[in-house]
Design a protein around this ligand. Structure first.
Ligand SMILES: O[C@H]1[C@H](O)[C@@H](O)[C@H](O)[C@@H](O)[C@H]1O
Length: 548
């Protein structure tokens, strides 16, 4: 390792973000020998931070999962009348729509004031939204409450993986980011259970939605003990503080001080290299509003015009779009409806099996995401999703859904009637959905949330935020189109369409998604410098695996 005890590359001269930079890195830094692969486990400090931050994931899962039970137990409690289909659609889609709007705004906030304040802001919104919904007396008040929760979910869903990924040592980054997916899917299971527990009580839905405030308050309290990410601190010139956090992340075992200094250098080097590319006016005088606006515009410009950034954005948005367009959340929102339609007597319990399968297989992802690699997991799991969907499509074609009203009244039928006939095909539908959900949970359910690692520091928050918006945009589309598709394309046609999306996903992943497992955040950028770096990354990954 070269001269790790030398002066810092970026020196701070005051606390308010104005700082000088010393461009002297080229000869002194050789980061090729930063070897994090010798680290054995993440350590208590990083585990504590990951678990604290993960609470936002729990809220994300809870608030998106609880809506199906809430809708069926509201009865006439809002606006003194039963909910119409339009009310239900608006209440459901308000969340994803506001999540879509909130992500880029929080991206700017996370860039300007930090990742930690962005989590804090999301907590305040979670509490406000929960209380608002719990006291709502009209449909519009409920829609407003769901919108506030949506803004919270949108912010949290992008900032938490970003926070964890910027804190994690590279060998564990995939796993630690997947912890937030575990919290999401765990939150969905809790939401189903709470929904089931309160569904028979008068006004029980107020408890369902109001309970969401509790974890948010707890996380808000814990946040004060959580640090900002070292990468953000160093970028803002707070090098000593950043180094302190890195030291706590890596621990003070033998050789760790060298490793910490080397990681610090690598981050500094990346910042300086990026600033060489950016317009000089955006680097100096960060205090004024005009400069802030120029900085934001320059970030958008950098994201769209600099080759590696554009490629990172393409991969991240494409993965997030496929995560939703493959139709998974139509099961989350409507599985009870589907199971009742095909004749299950306890549809809520059956749909709980979907949520539990999703959670259980996210645990499998947690185990294998760094070992097997992100790309390989997707290439292996997406074909299984296709098989599950194809089986589901075939099984539906053997079930007679024509009835008196015909397939055009699926929702109404689902509430009143059941399909007649053999129990075999409904069981096959359940089996096919379990196959589909388990393969989704292992791959597409969590790999796209690794998005932050694709972007260099200067555009990481903004890039991740735009990819998260793509997720919520696609989520809204699936939410709005699922029932009409079931009606006009038939259930068989609908699941065939989702299978087609999965095939497109597989081809795209195969062509453009490089293997990023085990690479440092700063090295991923190097892969995307000339192209998508797929071949090179796969070769490097094999090399790293055989060394271990
Ligand atoms: O990663 C999560 C997870 O897979 C959830 O189960 C799903 O509901 C979300 O939409 C997704 O973003």
């Amino acid at each position: 390792m070269t001269d790790t005890a030398a002066e810092p590359l970026i020196t701070s001269n005051d606390d308010d973000g104005e700082y000088e930079r010393q461009v002297r890195y080229s000869e002194e830094v050789d980061d090729g020998d930063v070897d994090e692969s010798a680290l054995v486990s993440p350590g208590v400090f990083i585990w504590t931070l990951t678990l604290c931050a993960g609470i936002s994931g729990l809220l994300f899962g809870y608030d998106t999962g609880v809506i199906s039970s809430t809708l069926i137990s509201i009865n006439s409690d809002l606006s003194s009348r039963p909910l119409t289909t339009l009310d239900k659609s608006l209440i459901t889609s308000a969340t994803s729509f506001f999540a879509l709007l909130a992500s880029p705004l929080t991206g700017l906030l996370a860039d300007a004031v930090g990742r930690k304040p962005a989590i804090l802001a999301a907590d305040l919104l979670f509490v406000l939204g929960a209380v608002w919904q719990a006291y709502a007396t009209s449909v519009w008040a409920m829609i407003a409450g769901r919108s506030v929760v949506g803004a919270a979910v949108g912010s949290a869903s992008f900032v938490v993986p970003l926070y964890i990924s910027e804190l994690s040592p590279s060998p564990f980054r995939g796993r630690l980011v997947t912890v937030s997916s575990l919290f999401i899917t765990g939150g969905q299971v809790v939401a189903y259970l709470v929904g089931w527990a309160f569904s028979e009580r008068g006004g029980g839905w107020r408890w369902m939605v109001g309970l969401g405030a509790v974890p948010a308050i707890a996380q808000f309290g814990m946040l004060f003990f959580m640090p900002e990410t070292p990468r953000f601190l160093i970028q803002k010139g707070k090098v000593a503080e950043g180094k302190k956090v890195l030291t706590r992340v890596y621990g003070d075992g033998a050789g760790m001080d060298k490793l910490v200094t080397a990681v610090l250098r690598r981050v500094e080097k990346e910042i300086l290299e990026e600033e060489d590319v950016a317009a000089p006016s955006t680097v100096k005088h960060e205090g004024s509003w005009k400069a802030k606006m120029t900085h934001i515009i320059s970030n958008f410009h950098q994201l769209a015009s600099v080759g590696p950034n554009r490629r990172a954005l393409t991969i991240a948005c494409m993965l997030q779009a496929f995560q939703q367009l493959c139709g998974f959340n139509s099961l989350m929102y409507f599985s009870a409806t589907i199971f009742r339609l095909v004749g299950f007597h306890s549809p809520t319990l059956t749909s709980l099996s979907i949520a539990v399968t999703n959670f259980a297989f996210t645990l499998v992802a947690f185990w294998c995401i760094d070992r097997i690699g992100r790309r390989r997991i997707l290439l292996l799991s997406v074909p299984v999703m296709v098989a599950g969907l194809a089986l589901c499509a075939v099984a539906f074609s053997f079930i007679d859904l024509s009835g008196e009203e015909g397939a055009s009244h699926l929702l109404v039928r689902a509430e009143g009637a059941e399909a007649e006939g053999s129990k075999v095909w409904p069981a096959i539908i359940l089996l096919s959905m379990v196959i589909y959900v388990s393969s989704y949970a292992v791959g597409l359910g969590c790999v796209p949330w690794q998005q932050s690692e694709l972007f260099p520091l200067s555009v990481r928050a903004l890039g991740s935020a735009l990819a998260t918006s793509t997720n919520w945009f696609s989520n809204t589309i699936v939410g709005l189109t699922f029932l009409p598709m079931m009606e006009f394309l038939t259930p068989t046609g609908t699941f065939v369409v989702y299978a087609g999306v999965c095939v497109a996903c597989w081809v795209t992943v195969w062509r453009i998604y490089p293997e990023t497992a085990g690479l440092s955040l700063e090295d991923v950028g190097g892969l995307l410098r000339e192209g998508f770096g797929v071949k090179e990354s796969v070769g490097q990954f094999r090399g790293r695996r055989s060394e271990r």
